[in-house]
Write a protein that binds this ligand. Structure first.
Ligand code: JFZ
Length: 335
C-alpha cells in the first residue's frame, strides 16, 4: 500500500473536474433556476429522462483543449487531476460499449473527452484519476437515485405529486429509471464501464468512487475486483461503507482540525465557488488568498487539496477559475 501511495503523499495539490451534460442547462430548466449544486440539476429539478437527454444534443465543446487544461493545472502547482468520467446523471465522457448514453454516441461532438486528457497528462507528467459514480445513475436503468424532495430543489407546481412518486420508488422520478434492477445495472453498465476506464487510457492513478446509495458488499466486491487491471491504482473511501475503506479519506468542503486527524491519509475536495458542475448564476467565488490559505493549512496537516473546476459546455474553464489558478501559480513561484 505504502509504495502505491508515495506520489500521492507528496502531491499536496490536485485538480478536480466536474464536467458533463449538466453544463448545458447550467442551473436552469424550462427557464426556472434550480437550486443547489449544478451537477444535481436532473434530480433536484426532477427532469424526465427524455428531456434531460435532449441537453446532450447541445453538448458540443468545440473549444475543449485538454493540453491547455493540463498545462493550467501544472502551472498552478497541481500534481494530479481527477475528472468525472461519469457523474450521477450516468453520462459517460468516454466512448462506451456498455451504454449509448456517452459522449461519442449521444452528442454532436462525437469524440471521447478522456483520450486527449490522458495524453496531455502523460505529456506534462500529471497523474490522472477518474471519478466514477458507481451507484447513482439517473439515466441508465437500474441505477440508484438518492432521495431528494422536488420541493427542495425548485418551486415546481407538481412537487407534491413528484415527491409522492419518488418516495414510493426509492428516489426515482421517471418510470424508465426502474426498468432494470440495480444488480443488472452493476453487471451491465458499472462494471463494464469501469473496466473500459481501466483499460483504454493508459495508467490510471486514482479511482474516485462516490455516494454509495444502494450499494451492497456484493456490488462493491465486483467493482473493487476490476482494480486489478491497474496494479498501482489507489482509491478513495466512497465505494461502500463499511468494509471498503479505500486508501484515503475524503472530507468534503472542509479542512479537518488537528484534533480530528487519526494518522489516515486524507484529501479535502473543495469548490472555488458554490457548485461543482458549471452553473451560470453562481458568483460566490473564494478569493485567491483563501485558496492559498486553505492549501497551506491542508499541507501543514499532511493532507491533499483537490480543488474543483466546473468547465462550461463549450469546453472552456470559467474566467474566474482561470484567474485563480494563475494567481496560485504565481504565488507558488515565489514561495
Ligand atoms: C458528492 C456528489 O453528490 C456531488 O455532486 C459532488 O460530486 C461531490 C464531490 O460528491 O457529494 C457528496 C458526497 C459526500 C459528502 C457530501 C457530498 N459527504 O461525505 O459529506
Amino acid at each position: 500500500h505504502d509504495k502505491r501511495m508515495e506520489w500521492w503523499r507528496e502531491a499536496r495539490f490536485g485538480m478536480f473536474i466536474h464536467w458533463g451534460v449538466y453544463a448545458v442547462p447550467a442551473g436552469y430548466y424550462n427557464g426556472q433556476p434550480i437550486k443547489r449544486i449544478g451537477e444535481w440539476i436532473m434530480n433536484r429539478g426532477k427532469i424526465p429522462v427524455s428531456d434531460y437527454q435532449e441537453f446532450a444534443k447541445q453538448f458540443d465543446p468545440v473549444k475543449y483543449d485538454a493540453d491547455a487544461w493540463v498545462k493550467m493545472a501544472k502551472d498552478a502547482g497541481m500534481k494530479y487531476i481527477v475528472i468525472t468520467a461519469k457523474h450521477h446523471d450516468g453520462f459517460a465522457l468516454f466512448k462506451s460499449n456498455a451504454s449509448k448514453w456517452n459522449m461519442v454516441d449521444a452528442t454532436p461532438y462525437g469524440k471521447d473527452l478522456l483520450k486527449p486528457l490522458a495524453e496531455a497528462c502523460r505529456k506534462y507528467g500529471i497523474k490522472l484519476g477518474f471519478y466514477y459514480s458507481q451507484a447513482q445513475d439517473w439515466n441508465n436503468p437500474g441505477g440508484a437515485a438518492s432521495r431528494k424532495a422536488a420541493s427542495e430543489g425548485w418551486d415546481n407546481p407538481d412537487s407534491t405529486k413528484i415527491d409522492a412518486y419518488t418516495a414510493a420508488h426509492e428516489g426515482h422520478w421517471d418510470p424508465t429509471q426502474t426498468t432494470k434492477t440495480m444488480a443488472q445495472y452493476i453487471d451491465e453498465v458499472a462494471v463494464p464501464q469501469v473496466k473500459e476506464l481501466l483499460t483504454n487510457y493508459g495508467d490510471v492513478a486514482v479511482l474516485w468512487w462516490d455516494t454509495p446509495t444502494g450499494m451492497t458488499d456484493e456490488f462493491a466486491g465486483k467493482l473493487n475486483a476490476t482494480l486489478a487491471l491497474q496494479p498501482n491504482i489507489i482509491t478513495n473511501d466512497r465505494l461502500k461503507r463499511p468494509n471498503f475503506a479505500g486508501d484515503y479519506k475524503t472530507p468534503e468542503q472542509r479542512i479537518p482540525r488537528e484534533s480530528e486527524l487519526d494518522g489516515k491519509d486524507w484529501e479535502t475536495c473543495m469548490t472555488m465557488n458554490g457548485t461543482w458542475g458549471f452553473k451560470k448564476d453562481d458568483h460566490e467565488w473564494k478569493s485567491t488568498e483563501v485558496i492559498i490559505r486553505n492549501l497551506l493549512d491542508i499541507a501543514s496537516k499532511g493532507g491533499n487539496y483537490l480543488l474543483n473546476i466546473g468547465p462550461r459546455a463549450d469546453g472552456t474553464f470559467p474566467d474566474e477559475s482561470i484567474a485563480r489558478l494563475k494567481q496560485v501559480g504565481d504565488w507558488m513561484k515565489v514561495n
